[in-house]
Ligand binder design. Structure first.
Ligand code: 5GP
Length: 140
């Protein structure tokens, strides 16, 4: 399986389509998932092109972990979460639907089940408000 440069996250990285961005550095971007499995669901996306964990450079993978930790901590603060679920899918059989490596960071609350993966599109105003909350917590 090869990397398709026209996948939706590659287009977001090139600025060709919009996203609710919460963080960016030289190596990665973080934005809100448009079909959140819980309020505040964010995606950590390395800029380096890889389809998923199988073809990713190990240095890309290593650099992701501290950023995922930063976003997870910010998510707890921003959404008063009781926990955070980290997800990462590989190939269709593994549940992957967008073929540019990314990690899901999903704030969780006690007794609140996850909504379905790639389920319902969220209202853009809600996504913008949640992006603001997460951005503020990242920079607090
Ligand atoms: P995967 O199944 O590949 O792990 O996850 C892809 C995620 O991207 C899904 O959770 C889906 O809701 C989200 N998604 C799909 N299209 C878009 C989009 O155009 N913009 C954003 N921000 N998220 C998207």
């Amino acid at each position: 399986m090869s990397y398709d440069t026209d996948n939706i996250f590659a287009k977001i990285l090139r600025g060709e389509i919009p996203c609710h961005k919460v963080y960016e550095d030289d190596d990665a971007i973080v934005f809100m998932d448009v079909m959140p499995q819980a309020p505040g669901h964010a995606l950590v996306v390395p800029k380096a092109a890889s389809r998923n964990i199988f073809d990713a450079d190990p240095t890309t993978l290593a650099a992701l972990a501290p950023l995922v930790q930063k976003i997870a901590r910010a998510a707890v603060a921003a959404f008063e979460a009781d926990g955070v679920t980290i997800l990462q899918f590989n190939e269709p059989a593994g549940g992957q639907t967008v073929f540019h490596l990314h990690i899901h960071v999903i704030p969780r609350h006690d007794d609140s089940p996850l909504r379905s993966h790639s389920g319902k599109m969220e209202d853009p105003e809600v996504l913008a408000a949640n992006a603001d909350k997460l951005r503020q917590a990242i920079h607090a």
